[in-house]
Write a protein that binds this ligand. Structure first.
Ligand SMILES: *[C@@H]1O[C@H](CO)[C@@H](O)[C@H](O)[C@H]1NC(C)=O
Ligand SMILES: *[C@@H]1O[C@H](CO)[C@@H](O)[C@H](O)[C@H]1NC(C)=O
Ligand SMILES: *[C@@H]1O[C@H](CO)[C@@H](O)[C@H](O)[C@H]1NC(C)=O
Ligand SMILES: *[C@@H]1O[C@H](CO)[C@@H](O)[C@H](O)[C@H]1NC(C)=O
Ligand SMILES: *[C@@H]1O[C@H](CO)[C@@H](O)[C@H](O)[C@H]1NC(C)=O
Ligand SMILES: *[C@@H]1O[C@H](CO)[C@@H](O)[C@H](O)[C@H]1NC(C)=O
Ligand SMILES: *[C@@H]1O[C@H](CO)[C@@H](O)[C@H](O)[C@H]1NC(C)=O
Length: 844
């Protein structure tokens, strides 16, 4: 402390992190207000609600989100059909499909131009939308000094501190998961309280106008101290409501006591032009604390996405639920401190109590996050910033996934009435969740519910009408059950992606594999797996192009990549791994359907496994060898079996074909990865491409390339608030944020899935640890089989590694590899309840 103070003194006006900022550096802080929403504002969220704050001084405009606030869909158009063809088109579609398949197989090079006969126009697709702004206005003027703001990853709160007219203010906001509410608290610093200062008059109002295109809602007083915002997104459009209650108290000084609640009034105002109400809450001057708590919801209901409910997604008017919710929260003048404590306890239990990472970072608390970010150099890196991006990823996932809907392309933070790519929840969802299981984030329930209740019901209809398949379900996209194949730029590359469901099933299996939650697998996981597997079993066809007797999909596209062909590596690898999962789950849940499992086994054996080595030693993207060595496409579709899958990384000749060896396959994957470039393809320079590449290089045990591209992502694609950006437009896309932790983890510990329950689990410790992260530790990493690992390292070598097996786990064989060379350290049989140091003591 003494040295630090001295250094500050000598350097003159060196600043330091604000009071209350975590000493371990786990947070973001700034000395200027946020200007651009996606670059400098700060996010809070509980999954149900989210908010973005610029960190204003006397005037703060908090941008609001409600997770199910979407435009489009059945609320906009009662004839909305999810991009599906009418039922009477079924036979025509079946014929069109047969014709497409025939044309693909019989074409000389196995490709055709499009699948135009299958697509539907994009109508009423809609977008995730912002819910307007809460305005909080402290009515005082004068120059501002000592300004700072921060986001605290230890507590899940954000604060703004500033001084005006000798009074130091402190505004703190957070969204609590247990109460499903958000709170903004305004008070004075301890010193100002001790000096018996008080707050000036404070008002709370609502504005839709800062969000272009949001229809004006009614804002009305709802009892003393309460405001009710009620409107629709669009006309017609979904109904939403926000209820807010403000409380004011006066305390006699630090520690409270001697004060009490003061009434907050509500001023009625009717706009003379629109005739709509715009009431305002008013807190009189002379108090020491005020806080406003809000809840919000829409009439969207995940329980009403079935055919029985006409796929309407229409639930109840949210008013009554919101009213009882807010009543249960904010009654007493002393309720703030317990509410904050409850939030912090829940937040820590979710993010920190079970898991932690140390990369040997040395936080520099004399520089703002913006300064640290802008000083970041690709050539040099900065372990502290890399560690912060990791923390940010988990913070954002916990803050957006724990509602009733999964984290979308912007988590739950979106500013406009329409947002980039609708901020939807399609293929990006997978990367969003890559790190959840391993870092023990128990935030995935909404993801399973979404698949079961939003995709599956209408997806069964799509399977029938578009594919003439009456088992299981398929989806090509999103929130109001938009399961059809959407027409976009007459290019199948955007639309033709019926493997989305197969990829999601990897996550379903993983959830069981990491948690051993058999009851969940039986009730929710396995039915999803079986449905999707059934669909793809019916979709696989004998290859009539090469006539090699194998089963392939046709037509297929590598995601967002031309041409339309058959046997795409991506599809085949996905389906093969999914069928392995189904077989494992079938055994575990004790499904007696023998016919089904025999079909799984028979078709899986005959399947083309999607792994071929081509003319330039590359891993082929398609069954027809037509890859271009100069194709630097953003997706690594055909490398999905390298990461996050295992069909490449653990290629097994006995199951996948004896014409290749694991070594050959890995070499081919490396050739393809190298040629795929550094994630700055002609179309985009986005973060998620680099993060995926980094995870793949780690999988190939190449710490240099891993670290280089990971740093390149930080350098190119992260804003001062550490939101990940899609360049050149600098738009927010959350997938790189949420994928980043999994890339980091993949350099520290890997434990890829296995094709059968009896295949030994290979655990790789420090497979690609960069020299810059030479010393560190990680605690509470969850591994497959319901294991948990505590690992520490020194000089890039394992110092200690302790593996604990869940009591519910199955016994399994384990092989432990260490280091970039991957040499075998240990083989053991892990049994339920076991806890063991797996690298011996001492390890080196
Ligand atoms: C409503 O949806 C139907 C079915 O998708 C479509 O044909 C129609 O054009 C839509 N109407 C409007 C006004 O968008
Ligand atoms: C569609 O499926 C039905 C029932 O399985 C079948 O009878 C019919 O021949 C199929 N249509 C085409 C064109 O394949
Ligand atoms: C396949 O052949 C067609 C017709 O000759 C041609 O237009 C197309 O470009 C070829 N596709 C590829 C990927 O070579
Ligand atoms: C600001 O207020 C919050 C409560 O809202 C409190 O937890 C925090 O310690 C305060 N910070 C400072 C610097 O007074
Ligand atoms: C309501 O009042 C606030 C505060 O005066 C203002 O900023 C906002 O634009 C008003 N909203 C409407 C709908 O008039
Ligand atoms: C807003 O108020 C107007 C006028 O009272 C009323 O017609 C309208 O239905 C209200 N809108 C909502 C969403 O409650
Ligand atoms: C990324 O790849 C492009 C070529 O595709 C190259 O021009 C550029 O220098 C590379 N950037 C870095 C930082 O490696």
């Amino acid at each position: 402390m003494w040295t630090l103070a001295l250094v500050c003194l000598l350097a003159g006006n060196v600043i330091a992190a604000p009071e209350g900022f975590p000493a371990n550096g786990n947070g973001l802080w700034y000395t200027t207000q946020g200007e651009v929403w996606e670059h400098t504002w700060l996010p809070i969220g509980n999954g149900y609600l989210a908010a973005m704050l610029p960190g204003g001084t006397t005037f703060e405009y908090t941008q609001l989100n409600i997770e199910s606030l979407w435009s489009g869909g059945p609320f906009e158009n009662s004839s909305y059909n999810g991009g599906n063809k009418p039922l009477h088109e079924r036979e025509n579609m079946a014929k069109a499909m047969a014709d497409i398949r025939q044309r693909v197989f019989s074409s000389e090079n196995g490709t055709i131009g499009d699948v135009q006969a299958l697509v539907s126009p994009i109508t009423n697709y809609g977008s995730y939308a912002g819910a307007g702004y809460l305005l909080s206005d402290l009515q005082s003027t004068g120059p501002i000094s000592d300004y700072s703001r921060y986001l605290n990853f230890e507590t899940g709160t954000t604060s703004t501190l500033f001084t005006q007219n000798g009074i130091s203010f402190n505004r703190t906001s957070f969204c609590s998961h247990p109460t499903q509410a958000c709170t903004q608290h305004t008070t004075l610093s301890r010193a100002s309280l001790a000096a018996k200062k008080t707050l000036p008059r404070l008002t709370y109002a609502f504005s839709p106008y800062l969000q272009e295109g949001l229809p004006t809602p009614n804002v009305t007083c709802a009892g003393s101290g309460s405001l009710r915002v009620r409107g629709h997104v669009g006309n017609p459009g979904i109904l939403y409501e926000i209820l807010a209650t403000a409380t004011a108290t006066r305390t006699s000084g630090p520690g409270g006591g001697g004060g009490g609640a003061l009434p907050v009034s509500c001023a009625v105002y009717t706009d003379p032009v629109t005739g709509l109400r715009n009431d305002t809450l008013v807190v009189s001057a002379g108090i020491t604390e005020a806080w406003i708590t809000w809840v919000g919801d829409t009439e969207y209901s995940l329980e009403h996405g079935t055919e029985e409910h006409g796929f309407s997604f229409k639930g109840l008017d949210p008013h009554n639920t919101l009213q009882s919710r807010i009543k249960s929260i904010s009654a007493s003048p002393w309720s703030f401190a317990p509410a904050l404590a409850e939030h912090i306890k829940d937040f820590r239990a979710t993010l920190h109590d079970r898991f932690s990472l140390d990369l040997g970072q040395k936080p520099d608390l004399s520089k703002t996050t913006a300064e640290i970010r802008s000083a970041y150099l690709l050539g040099k890196g900065d372990v502290y910033l890399e560690w912060l991006v990791f923390q940010m990823g988990r913070y954002l996932l916990a803050g957006s996934a724990r509602g009733k809907l999964p984290a979308n392309l912007q988590g739950k933070w979106a500013n406009g009435i329409g947002n980039p790519w609708s901020a939807d929840a399609n293929i990006n969802v997978q990367m969003n969740y890559w790190s959840s299981e391993m870092t023990g984030l128990d935030v995935t329930q909404s993801l399973w519910d979404y698949m079961e209740k939003d995709w599956a019901p209408r997806g069964a209809y799509t399977a029938k009408v578009l594919y003439n398949i009456t088992r299981g379900w398929v989806t090509h996209n999103e929130i109001f059950g938009y399961t059809g194949m959407k027409e976009y730029e007459i290019s199948a590359s955007w639309a033709n992606y019926p493997e989305a469901n197969a990829w999601m099933m990897w996550h379903v299996w993983d959830h069981f594999d990491y948690t051993n939650d058999l009851a969940w697998l039986k009730a929710q996981g396995y039915p999803l797996l079986k449905g999707v597997a059934s669909f793809h079993l019916d979709r696989l066809l004998p290859d009539q192009h090469f006539d090699d007797g194998s089963l392939v999909v046709n037509p297929c596209n590598s995601p967002e990549q031309k041409p339309v062909t058959f046997g795409c590596a991506h599809s085949q690898q996905l389906i093969w791994e999914m069928l392995n999962s189904v077989e494992k789950a079938h055994t575990l849940v004790g499904d007696r359907d023998q016919k089904f499992i025999q079909e799984v086994r028979a078709k899986r054996a005959r399947m083309d496994k999607g792994i071929h080595v081509g003319s330039w030693s590359q891993l082929q993207e398609w069954k027809v060898d037509m890859d271009s060595p100069t194709d630097v496409h953003r997706h690594l579709s055909h490398l999905i079996g390298l990461y996050p899958g295992y069909s490449i990384s653990f290629y097994d000749p006995a199951l996948q074909g004896r014409d290749l060896t694991r070594r050959k396959v890995l070499e081919a994957a490396e050739v393809s990865l190298e040629h795929r470039g550094n994630g700055t393809g002609p179309d985009a320079n986005s973060g998620w491409q680099k993060v995926w590449r980094a995870a793949c290089w780690a999988q190939l045990r190449n710490s240099e390339k891993f670290y280089y591209i990971l740093k390149f992502a930080v350098d190119q694609n992260f804003a001062p608030n550490l939101f990940s950006l899609y360049s050149p437009n600098s738009i927010f896309q959350i997938d790189a944020n949420l994928g980043f932790p999994s890339a980091v983890l993949n350099a520290i510990v890997q434990a890829q899935d296995t094709p059968t329950l009896s295949t030994p689990l290979t655990i790789s410790l420090l497979p690609a640890i960069p020299t810059e992260w030479a010393t560190g530790s990680i605690k509470g990493v969850r591994l497959r089989g319901g294991m948990s690992l505590d690992l520490s390292w020194n000089n890039r070598a394992v110092k200690s590694a302790v593996l604990a097996m869940d009591r519910r786990a199955r016994a399994r064989e384990i092989i432990v590899l260490e280091g970039e060379s991957g040499k075998v350290r240990r083989k053991l049989r892990a049994v339920p309840g076991m806890k063991r140091a797996i690298c011996g003591v001492p390890c080196r």
